[in-house]
Design a protein around this ligand. Structure first.
Ligand code: IPE
Length: 256
């Protein structure tokens, strides 16, 4: 089984509320299907989650009354995106089942403390692809919290020990400086010691911590053979190649 995260930045336009990149989503699902691999898919919230979550400080937990309606709105919006992902997967010939974190994840102080892994395994055994996504979730300490796709990836990688972990992004991988700066180069392989020596491209309105936090999380998921990678989903064929285990442009993330 291969664990795939479809980043919110590749399947949506993160700067525009509820803007789906439908043609990209449809193609990525076809690439998953064509690879013939069993997958667990986690997708980001993109502009279906980050904008309202950020404006209402949902990641900080329950602070004021109007957050409750914002939480309901985010939960509805990310489910709408999830339904579009599920539709695209089914059209591509994959059989997915959605497991919304708002219903099956418990957090404590912003960290996941409970996921129903047995349920995920049971679906996988039947040839069904479990799909989870960045969502709101109950938090035992702060009332509610934001459960990011990366946190779910970390928990699933630890528990399910996938053959490979692939993060599908809207960039080729990690660059050694701001991508717009002249001479910026793609880093083929990145390890824990590189984290402090590089400046990274920071995403717009990312309520879950930006690229450094994402990389630290990825370093916990990488196996000893470095089988955790970030690739560009905007370039046709890269996801399918990564799924098949072929050489592909991207950044491999080494174990912490
Ligand atoms: C964020 O999920 C969840 C919400 C804001 C509700 P992610 O952090 O996984 O989403 P992306 O991939 O950055 O869009």
């Amino acid at each position: 089984m291969i664990l795939v995260k479809l980043g919110g930045s590749v399947i949506t336009d993160k700067s525009q509320y509820q803007a789906l990149h439908e043609e990209v989503l449809v193609r990525l699902c076809k690439e998953i299907s064509d690879s013939g691999k069993d997958v667990v898919v986690v997708h980001g919230a993109g502009s279906f989650g980050h904008i309202v979550a950020h404006d209402n400080r949902l990641a900080d937990g329950f602070k004021y009354e109007s957050q409750i309606n914002a939480l309901a709105t985010v939960s509805r919006d990310v489910r709408q995106l999830n339904l579009m992902v599920i539709d695209a997967m089914i059209s591509a010939g994959i059989s997915p089942v959605s497991l919304p974190p708002s219903a099956c994840v418990v957090m404590r102080d912003k960290e996941i403390v409970e996921i129903d892994f047995d349920r995920i395994r049971s679906y996988l055994e039947m040839g069904i692809s479990p799909v989870m996504f960045g969502d709101v979730a109950l938090d035992e300490l702060q009332g509610f919290s934001i459960c990011s796709g990366d946190q779910i990836m970390e928990a699933l990688a630890r528990e399910l020990v996938p053959e490979r972990v692939i993060f599908v992004s809207d960039v080729d991988g990690i660059m050694d400086r701001e991508p717009s700066e002249p001479g910026a180069k793609l880093v083929d392989c990145i390890g824990p010691s590189d984290l402090d020596n590089m400046s990274f491209h920071v995403r717009v309105k990312d309520v879950t911590g930006g690229i450094k936090k994402k990389l630290s999380a990825m370093m916990k998921m990488a196996g000893p053979d470095g089988a955790c990678m970030i690739i560009n989903g905007r370039v046709p064929g890269r996801l399918e190649a990564a799924l098949r285990g072929d050489e592909v442009v991207g950044t491999k993330v080494e174990l912490d």
